[in-house]
Write a protein that binds this ligand. Structure first.
Ligand code: FA5
Length: 340
């Protein structure tokens, strides 16, 4: 009986559909049963030899079987889809109630920390913070500081010259010149910034480093005033007594000029590569402003005088944090920088 043939075919196929464990196995069942060379197609081909009445009966059975099996295949496929989705949701599960991990936070560079501390201190004492360009004129960097062309003091600082005839400032002292012209007397200013020298790099020398210039112009400024401000600066940065020594220093723009050295805090004065085994670190050259320097910037030295200093900010950072190699400061190593 043809009906039984269909029934057997359908129930066998349904068993195979239920037993299929993957989309591939399911597809293989579909090809075997419903494909162009499948079992239903074979029956359909044989219908040509039937009578019209039989053909109508078999055709109906054929369509019924086809629709029933197609639905069973779709249902099984949907089961696979649901299982796949459930597995994916399980694997990609995210607990939205967990606290966020947050973006990694940066930290301030040690030189930035010290610079802003010194700025706050001097602002509290009535000083203005000035900025100057890193590309300077020869006049501001040298001439106006009483260092005329051919003066041997020009060789004290190896200069990077630009094709334009300008230069990369070798110190922050040109901002003194700009400050005197901009503010006029009396004035109190500081100017932190980056300076450049064509120098051999070692544990305590960089070609690019930071200084912080300071200047006060008023009536009857004394070396006593200068020493007071320098002491205040050092005790505020180190928050403890540090041993310093003052010795004569030569700079054409100050007279008298001093070198204020600090006992090396890396080795405690015993000698190391940072202090070049001397136990002392040159930190804070200073002095009373040379009258010519005032005059060249339009200030009458008969009426006004002043002091100036040029703090080695990079070296100060090294002393404060006991950093034993200047190259670490600009090396960009985050493991180093994250300590501050
Ligand atoms: C000057 O640059 C003067 N303009 C300072 C000054 C200003 C004197 C006002 C008087 C009045 P000097 O070349 O010594 O001076 O440099 C000042 C400080 O910068 C030094 O004491 C030192 O701490 C730092 N310094 C100098 N060269 C380097 C370098 N290559 N690397 C790191 N720090 C340096």
């Amino acid at each position: 009986m043809i009906e039984q043939t269909f029934e057997r075919l359908e129930s066998r196929s349904r068993e195979r559909i239920a037993a299929a464990m993957s989309r591939e196995e399911l597809e293989a069942v579909r090809v075997d049963v419903l494909g162009r060379k499948g079992e239903l197609a074979r029956i359909s081909k044989e219908m040509g030899s039937l009578t019209a009445e039989e053909r109508a009966r078999v055709g109906k059975l054929l369509n019924g079987a086809k629709q029933g099996l197609e639905a069973a295949l779709e249902a099984r496929k949907a089961e696979f889809d649901r299982a796949a989705l459930a597995a994916r949701l399980d694997a990609e599960w995210v607990d939205l109630t967990l606290p966020a991990t947050g973006a990694p936070r940066g930290s301030l560079h040690p030189i930035t920390i010290i610079q802003s501390e010194i700025e706050d201190l001097f602002v509290s004492m009535g000083f203005t913070v000035l900025d100057g360009p890193e590309v300077e004129t020869e006049y501001n960097n040298f001439d106006a500081l009483n260092i005329p062309p051919d003066h041997p003091a020009r060789d004290m600082q190896d200069t990077f010259w630009l094709k334009s005839g300008q230069l990369l400032r070798t110190h922050t002292s040109p901002v003194q010149v700009r400050g005197m012209q901009k503010l006029g007397p009396p004035l109190r200013m500081i100017a932190p910034g980056r300076v450049f020298r064509n120098e051999e790099v070692d544990a305590s020398h960089e070609h690019t480093f930071y200084q912080l210039e300071g200047m006060m112009v008023d009536r009857e400024v004394s070396v006593g005033n200068l020493i007071y401000f320098m002491k205040t600066l050092l005790s505020s940065i180190f928050r403890k007594d540090v041993t310093v020594r003052l010795r004569p220093g030569y700079f054409p723009f100050v007279e008298p000029g001093f070198e204020l050295d600090i006992e090396c805090l890396i080795c405690g004065g015993a000698g190391c590569p940072v202090c070049k085994q001397s136990g002392w670190v040159e930190l804070l050259p200073c002095g009373l402003v040379q009258p010519n320097v005032l005059r060249m910037s339009g200030i009458d030295p008969e009426e006004w005088n002043g002091f100036a200093f040029g703090l080695g900010l990079t070296r100060l950072a090294m002393m404060r944090y006991a950093i034993d190699d200047i190259r670490l400061l600009q090396g960009g190593d985050l493991r180093f920088l994250h300590q501050f």
